[in-house]
Design a protein around this ligand. Structure first.
Ligand SMILES: [Zn+2]
Ligand SMILES: [Zn+2]
Ligand SMILES: [Zn+2]
Length: 157
């Protein structure tokens, strides 16, 4: 099943029609995997080809998508909500995010690595873990390299 087929099925199962704005918003998120768009960023892309679709429609569409599990909403403390596709069949648990506190870039860590911790929690707290969200805050490699270069330049002078 393609992402688009899954998307259509989720809409259908929840009793919603495939409208132009829903298809357009879905396609932007689907074709930009690994990006975490805010509604405003989606709007900027949408309006190029579809100036008739307003920001309020984007908000409403994303809210619906979130409700019926098409997208997942992430908050990164940068003041805006960001969205990514929710399905990802080969991924039992959610990937982790690396948030750069200098440039704001968000990278994904595709491996779970939490199995040992999950096992301990499940045993000790008799709690079944279905998923998790994990964010690491720090400085990305680009920003680190930029800083190194600055230091070098100041010591060379
Ligand atoms: Zn896990
Ligand atoms: Zn950075
Ligand atoms: Zn992500």
């Amino acid at each position: 099943m393609t992402n688009f087929e899954i998307f259509k099925e989720k809409l259908n199962n929840a009793g919603y029609k495939l409208t132009t704005q829903r298809r357009v918003v879905f396609e932007i998120i689907n074709s930009n995997e690994g990006k975490h768009f805010s509604p405003e960023e989606i709007y900027e892309i949408v309006k190029i080809k579809h100036p008739e679709i307003g920001l309020a429609t984007i908000y409403r569409t994303l809210k619906l998508f979130e409700k019926i599990d098409i997208v997942y909403k992430l908050n990164f403390n940068d003041g805006c909500s960001r969205f990514e596709l929710s399905h990802v069949e080969d991924e039992a648990h959610r990937h982790h995010h690396l948030v750069c506190q200098v440039c704001g870039k968000i990278e994904e860590v595709k491996i779970d690595l939490l199995q040992d911790l999950e096992k301990i929690i499940e045993d000790e707290y008799d709690f079944s873990i279905h998923n998790h969200t994990l964010k690491f805050y720090g400085i990305c490699s680009d920003c680190k390299n930029r800083r190194k270069k600055c230091k070098k330049e100041t010591t060379e002078n």
